[in-house]
Design a protein around this ligand. Structure first.
Ligand SMILES: CC(=O)SCCNC(=O)CCNC(=O)[C@H](O)C(C)(C)COP(=O)(O)OP(=O)(O)OC[C@H]1O[C@@H](n2cnc3c(N)ncnc32)[C@H](O)[C@@H]1OP(=O)(O)O
Ligand SMILES: Nc1ncnc2c1ncn2[C@@H]1O[C@H](COP(=O)(O)OP(=O)(O)OP(=O)(O)O)[C@@H](O)[C@H]1O
Length: 758
């Protein structure tokens, strides 16, 4: 006799009472197992939409799961529902079950965030199209991935194919497919209770804490206040390890000891709710208001990070939760402003994956504070160790992707790496390469998100390049095809009527630099480039770009380009590769705090004309922008952007102009009456790379901030770290004397000598 769970498919597809019954039994068994072990379980319901909906409803009826959140555009009636795009709002919340509806789109970022909100003992229900057909399903997410001229149907299903493979084999994940043999209902493993109990017996000495990790974290935060100033602590962990609670427990402890004023900051008030909840748990006498806890003589209050920068709010301790979601420049300013800070941040788990962030943030801490302390919390609290759902999500979204260890790349050089364009059908089957590659992107770009994994596997306009050493990925670049529009569309883009999704460079060149031709030409954009951190600065990035140029030069592209948050190192990197800077955004990016730059490299004669024109237009605007919207631009960046090549022809300064410059340089006249020729000389001289050797950093910066950016004497002095106008004038005079000697002719030199003698 067949077991009741193993019926023939065609009977199951009809959604008979027996199917309902089986699904209920399966759910009950999974929930019992989850509760016994303190883990979460996943149930995949795979079929047509109507079947999935009925199956999910059957599964959830009569369970002990109370809070059930549907991530779906079309959930069951009366369900608690959230659209995937808003999943980040769930940070700080917890649920018993999530129904994740892949028919509404498999949004990887949302999946990563939301699965971390399910408590131990809880359940993930994943509703999917029939698994065999899922990779070719027209997923609503394709609309985000596709760019013209491709159609959504051209977005490949490699990521989903990989996901299905992982789902089928994942431990703790049960798949029920419409019309297929019903899987056997797993027995609840004996002994799971022991795991639970064993964890309980490990409870730390501090009864407010749940794990020894958490106790240490609380102790470290308390020490931030009681120990030396400027010794921040940084708590890192994966989701649900009790970081936010640790902040709250420590706050309560400190308020109990008489600390007066604690500020809590984070991306949003609701995201830091657990901090307040855990503080209040230990301070029953405290009165809670919307964004604060009040004690008779003390307060713990929330403030958004930008508020803390704008207004000066004193605090005895600043607690920063979800630090990876706060722009680094803001964090930097918080570090300057507050001398006692504890940061907490998630390493894996959602948008802005934390490892790249950690690398950058640690560098910043090293520069700013000598004695900062890092603490990692390993033991999960929201669920028990060894949770199969966490394991599945890590694997599916490559949240634990790791670049190859430093030791494996020690002897890498441009001469011993092999550069190749990857066949993405092979890549999706090669987990080692995929993980090394994605791990590198996560390390190098802290905004790398799970979505990027799907994009790089399925984007029809993308190519993936790697440099390998002994088979390992040591550098990678992602190339996106852009432009190639017809005349009509190009005009629409130029007029700002059409904004084609994913055509960043042509659009920017047309809309910002007024180059109508740009959207017509074919552009390859280096969307991401990353070299293994252990071997950066050794020529690998240069080699990789060189090889890409060689490889694509016969493919009919007009130009290659890139857009990135401008830093001196990156501008120099592209300049050394002969890329021309053609744009700098007038506003800074919210997350990076940097102005974004565009650099271009021509690959055809039309491309050459475009790049030349773009550079000319950029240089027409740059002097005016520097004196207006780019007045605050860091002087070393301004100097790099206006560098154009050796000054071959004589400077357009007549004898009267030189005489004005000399008059100021030798203290005969004030700056204000010699401005025009000083500006002309500065603009021309800084264009010549030779000026780098002529001027020290202070002289160059003085020329930029005063002459080009036209800052007031006071602003210039403070930007240069000088005490006032007199000191700025001194440095400017020194700078101009050097320029006069290099760029002036014999007559100018003689006059300078005469003035110097007097
Ligand atoms: C579109 C984008 O993705 S832009 C973002 C680029 N990526 C990143 O910033 C991630 C982290 N950095 C990296 O992965 C790499 O450093 C890259 C890709 C920027 C450069 O590759 P590298 O192999 O380090 O550079 P390479 O050795 O070929 O060139 C060195 C030159 O670039 C500049 N440079 C840029 N970054 C670095 C760095 N991290 N270390 C040293 N030099 C650097 C220097 O000016 C250097 O010139 P110099 O030798 O005259 O001083
Ligand atoms: N000491 C504690 N006592 C009781 N419950 C706790 C304690 N510490 C943590 N928890 C609970 O464990 C769960 C995870 O804790 P918390 O939210 O602080 O983790 P987290 O590391 O900040 O995770 P995430 O980044 O996912 O928010 C929460 O339900 C929290 O209430």
């Amino acid at each position: 006799m067949r077991s009741p769970q193993r019926h023939e498919g065609h009977k199951e597809s009809k959604f008979s009472p027996r199917v309902v019954n089986n699904i209920r039994k399966m759910t009950a068994s999974l929930v019992t197992a989850a509760k016994a072990s303190g883990h979460r379980r996943a149930l995949v319901l795979s079929g047509d939409w109507a079947w999935c909906l009925q199956a999910a409803q059957a599964s959830l009826a009569n369970t002990s799961l109370e809070s059930v959140l549907w991530i779906s555009a079309q959930a069951a009636e009366n369900a608690w529902r959230m659209e995937a795009a808003k999943a980040h709002r769930s940070l700080g919340q917890e649920v018993d079950a999530i129904v994740f509806d892949a028919y509404s789109g498999f949004d990887l970022d949302a999946f990563g965030i939301i699965t971390g909100a399910i408590r131990g003992g809880g359940l993930l229900l994943l509703l999917t199209p029939p698994l065999a057909a899922w990779p070719s399903f027209n997923d609503p997410e394709h609309a985000r991935i596709v760019t013209a001229p491709y159609q959504v149907t051209e977005v490949t299903g490699r990521f989903l194919e990989r996901l299905v493979g992982i789902l089928r084999k994942a431990e703790g994940v049960i798949v029920i497919e419409q019309g297929k043999v019903f899987p056997s209902i797993p027995l609840v493993a004996s002994g799971t209770r022991e795991t639970n109990d064993q964890n309980l017996s490990d409870r730390p000495a501090d009864s407010a804490c749940r794990t020894e990790d958490q106790r240490r974290a609380v102790e470290a935060i308390v020490k931030v206040v009681t120990g030396q100033r400027r010794r921040p602590v940084v708590l890192t962990s994966d989701r649900g390890r009790g970081k936010s609670a640790a902040l709250g427990i420590a706050a309560a402890r400190l308020l109990q000891r008489g600390l007066k004023h604690i500020i809590v900051t984070g991306p949003r008030l609701d995201a830091v709710e657990p901090v307040f909840r855990h503080a209040q748990r230990l301070l029953p006498q405290a009165i809670a208001s919307r964004a604060a806890l009040h004690l008779p003589e003390a307060v713990m209050a929330f403030a958004p990070p930008d508020d803390l920068i704008r207004t000066s709010r004193p605090a005895d301790l600043l607690l920063v939760d979800e630090a990876a979601t706060i722009p680094t420049p803001l964090l930097e300013r918080l570090l300057q402003r507050y001398s006692r800070i504890a940061f907490a941040t998630t390493v894996h788990g959602y948008e802005g994956t934390g490892r790249g962030f950690a690398l950058r943030f640690h560098k910043l801490l090293d520069e700013r504070t000598r004695g900062w302390k890092g603490l990692r919390l390993e033991t999960p609290i929201r669920w028990k160790s060894g949770d199969p759902l966490e394991h599945f999500v890590f694997r599916a979204l490559l949240l634990d992707a790791t670049a190859v260890p430093d030791s494996a790349v020690a002897s890498v050089s441009p001469g011993n790496v092999a550069v190749e364009r990857l066949d993405r059908d092979a890549l999706v089957r090669d987990e080692t390469t995929l993980s090394e590659l994605f791990g590198l992107l996560v390390l190098a770009h802290y905004q790398t998100r799970p979505y990027d994994l799907r994009h790089l596997l399925d984007g029809p306009n993308l190519s993936v390049y790697v440099a390998r050493y002994r088979g390992h990925v040591v550098a990678t670049a992602l190339l996106a095809a852009e432009g190639g529009f017809d005349k009509e569309t190009a005009r629409g883009v130029w007029e700002g009527r059409i904004r084609p999704h994913g055509h960043l460079l042509p659009e920017s060149l047309a809309a910002h630099l007024g180059l109508e031709q740009a959207p017509r030409l074919r552009c390859a954009r280096i969307m991401r480039i990353a070299v293994h951190p252990a071997v950066q600065g050794q020529g690998l990035g240069t080699h990789l770009v060189d090889r890409i140029i060689k490889e694509i030069s016969a493919e009919g592209w007009d130009y290659l380009g890139s857009s990135f948050g401008a830093t001196g190192e990156l501008l120099r990197f592209w300049e050394r590769l002969d890329f021309q800077s053609v744009r700098l955004s007038v506003k800074r990016g919210a997350t990076s705090g940097a102005h974004s730059a565009i650099v271009l490299y021509p690959l055809s004669s039309s491309g050459r004309a475009l790049v030349k024109r773009a550079r000319e237009r950029f240089l027409v605007h740059l002097p005016h922008q520097l004196a207006d919207p780019l007045r605050e631009l860091e002087p070393h960046l301004a100097a790099l952007l206006l560098r154009r090549g050796a000054q071959t022809s004589p400077l357009p300064l007549d004898p009267q102009d030189w005489s004005d410059v000399l008059a100021f340089a030798f203290g005969r006249r004030v700056y204000e009456v010699c401005i025009a020729p000083i500006w002309e000389l500065t603009w021309r001289a800084l264009a010549d790379p030779e000026s780098e050797a002529l001027l020290g950093e202070a002289e160059r910066n003085a020329l930029v901030v005063k002459v080009l950016q036209k800052r007031s004497w006071q602003e210039a002095a403070s930007a240069l770290g000088l005490s006032g106008r007199v000191q700025v004038i001194e440095v400017l005079r020194r700078a101009l004397c050097s320029l006069v000697l290099h760029f002036g002719n014999e007559v100018v030199h003689r006059e300078a000598e005469r003035l110097a003698r007097r």
